[in-house]
Design a protein around this ligand. Structure first.
Ligand SMILES: Nc1ncnc2c1ncn2[C@@H]1O[C@@H]2COP(=O)(O)O[C@H]2[C@H]1O
Length: 319
């Protein structure tokens, strides 16, 4: 027993000199763990058997005579490394909180986690509970980062057909990142309309959004059949009904929302026009789960409507 307290006293002295954890409560668990072992410079050293069961005076004199200097040395080196990790972890967390990019934020969170775990491990007595939780959180963050990296890789290596749509449709300039574009177009289906085929009829419920890949569509006046505008490739048809549908759904989430009616007659102008189509409900669900994608679509649509308005003005001047 006396031996235990002697070792604890030596440890305590060493710690105080090193300026480490001067609280009595934090040193208490070490009294038992130091019965047989002693930590120095990151290594656990076994206390020689002959020292374990000797009286206090004996232990002190043996330590001096055998030159066990490490037992009275401070642990400044290891302590400063642990506290360095702790400071670095907090700095990473501060930067993570200030960051809005999901990828950078997760990278910083991982760095902060690793450093915090290093602190927990290298402190005089490792704390295994936060280390184990840290491992779990690290794994989750690792999986999410991998998913983000895969998404980015796929977006940067999109098929040539999609790349052509992305470039020619000016998606980059109009608010769509490549990742958002891929998410959006992943759900599209290809369709063909033959010449004079009706795409939308004024007053009839719209349930699909179209994006023209090639060929033109004509917007006509229902009453006198007058041509109002031409919709060229890389424009949407049905975006007005879709935006209203999304807005109504946001207002009354619980209720069954009736579909919106098309604002004009639109027919295929050429022999065939190739389009991509999306079901309103499917697209609405994708967008409600991804606000950035929803905003990107709203920005793209505003550019689209501007072009349509300008084209309608030109047609109006001609007639
Ligand atoms: N004047 C116009 N110029 C170009 N496109 C139009 C015009 N009026 C309506 N449209 C398009 O035709 C679509 C008919 O259905 P929406 O009202 O949902 O969305 C409409 C627009 O996409």
């Amino acid at each position: 027993m006396a031996c235990y307290f002697s070792v604890a006293r030596i440890t305590w002295a060493g710690r105080c000199r090193g300026g480490l954890l001067p609280s009595a409560s934090s040193s208490l668990p070490l009294f038992s763990s130091f019965q047989r072992t002693h930590q120095h410079a990151g290594h656990r050293l076994r206390l020689p058997l002959n020292l374990r069961y000797k009286s206090t005076n004996n232990v002190d004199s043996t330590i001096k005579s055998k030159g066990y200097k490490f037992m009275t040395k401070s642990r400044t080196g290891i302590g400063s490394f642990a506290s360095l990790c702790s400071h670095a972890a907090s700095i990473c967390t501060v930067f993570a909180y200030c960051n809005t990019d999901m990828f950078e934020l997760r990278c910083l969170a991982i760095s902060s986690g690793v450093l915090a775990m290093s602190f927990q491990y290298f402190r005089p007595q490792p704390l295994w509970i936060p280390i184990r939780w840290g491992c779990l959180i690290l794994c989750i963050n690792g999986c999410m980062i991998t998913q983000l990296l895969i998404e980015r890789h796929r977006a940067n290596h999109m098929p040539p057909e999609l790349k052509k749509i992305y470039d020619e449709g000016s998606f980059d300039e109009r608010g769509f990142s490549k990742v958002q574009f891929m998410k959006f177009f992943k759900h599209a289906r290809r369709t063909v309309f033959v010449g004079k085929e009706i795409i939308s009829e004024e007053g009839r419920e719209m349930n699909k959004l179209y994006y023209i890949l090639d060929g033109n569509a004509t917007v006509t006046c229902k009453t006198d059949g007058r041509k109002l505008a031409t919709i060229p490739p890389h424009c949407f048809i049905g975006e007005l009904s879709f935006l209203l549908h999304v807005q109504d759904h946001k207002r009354n989430e619980q209720k069954q929302i009736p579909l919106k009616k098309a604002s004009a007659d639109v027919v295929a102008e050429n022999k065939t026009i190739h389009v991509l189509e999306w079901e309103f409900d499917e697209l609405r669900k994708i967008m409600s789960a991804d606000r950035d994608l929803s905003n990107a679509f709203a920005i793209y649509s505003s550019h689209d409507m501007r072009n349509k308005l300008l084209s309608a003005n030109t047609e109006g001047r001609r007639t």
